[in-house]
Structure formats: structure tokens, C-alpha cells
Design a protein around this ligand. Structure first.
Ligand code: RB5
Length: 149
């Protein structure tokens, strides 16, 4: 699996924590910024490149961190083919892989600490999609995208 990861200035500590986790799990990743010391940056400038890399198959998954995770998740979900989950608990992290086959995870560094973020990312990165009835529902989202976006 290959992952693209990015954060704005509000998510750099968790980004470093998740990169360390992926090193330990031997998961290949591309760090898409932001650069340390770049000051205040705009989260869409980081969410769209990562979401596009996932959508066009350059990477398998994306992880986005900002202050709340909300701006990143709103932005990523604008990209066709992206199913981004904002998850701040381990139950949601597991369920959103099993049920929603989410391909992008968003988290907020002003909401949770690095320890919980690591657990959430670990579960999200290692949980498989259950498919079955859930695949039908994902298909309905894809159909909507084809017809309306
Ligand atoms: C930046 O101050 C903050 O707005 C951003 O990190 C994020 O929380 C937006 O959703």
C-alpha cells in the first residue's frame, strides 16, 4: 500500500507521528507538506493534491490533518472518487473502513492528541473493507457521482 499524507500548519505534529507509524508498519508514503516554518497555510492547497493522487491511482490512500480535520475532509470529499472520513475515535476508524471503504482519513490536531491519532490511523490503515451489502451502498455513491458531478 502507498499513502499520501499532508497537513496544514495546524496538523504538523500528528503528521510526524503518523509518518513514524507508517515507517514502523513498513507502509510506503509520500509527504505532501506543508513545510515546517511555512507559517499559516490554506488547507485546500494540501487536501486537493492528496485527494487527486488517490483518485487517479497514484497512491492507494490519503491521510490529511488540520486543526479540526473538518476543512481537510470537506475539501477531499469534493474530489470525484474520494470517500474521506473525519475520525476522532477508534470505533469510527474501523467502521469507516469496513462499511464505507474510505480512501482518505482526516483528523484534527486541535481535537485529539498524537497517541489517539496513531491508534486511529493504525486501525484505519490495517482494516479491510467488508464489501457485501456495503459495496451496494458505495456503488450508489459512485452512480451519483457519475450522473451529477
Ligand atoms: C487553521 O487555522 C484551521 O482553520 C484549519 O487547520 C482547520 O481546522 C480547518 O478546518
Amino acid at each position: 500500500m502507498k499513502v499520501a499524507i499532508a497537513s496544514d500548519h495546524g496538523g504538523t505534529n500528528i503528521r510526524e507521528e503518523i509518518k513514524q507509524l507508517m515507517d514502523e508498519l513498513k507502509i510506503e508514503y509520500i509527504d505532501m507538506g506543508c513545510e515546517c516554518g511555512s507559517g499559516s497555510v490554506d488547507y485546500p492547497d494540501y487536501a486537493f493534491p492528496v485527494a487527486n493522487m488517490v483518485a487517479n491511482g497514484e497512491v492507494d490512500r490519503g491521510i490529511l490533518i488540520c486543526g479540526t480535520g473538518i476543512g481537510m475532509s470537506i475539501s477531499a470529499n469534493k474530489v470525484k472518487g474520494i470517500r474521506c472520513a473525519l475520525a476522532h475515535d477508534t470505533f469510527s476508524a474501523k467502521a469507516t473502513r469496513e462499511h464505507n471503504d474510505t480512501n482518505v482519513l482526516a483528523m484534527g490536531e486541535r481535537v485529539i492528541g498524537p497517541g489517539l491519532a496513531r491508534e486511529i490511523a493504525h486501525i484505519w490503515l490495517t482494516t479491510e473493507f467488508t464489501a457485501g451489502r456495503h459495496a451496494v451502498r458505495i456503488g450508489k455513491i459512485a452512480d451519483y457521482e457519475e450522473k451529477h458531478l
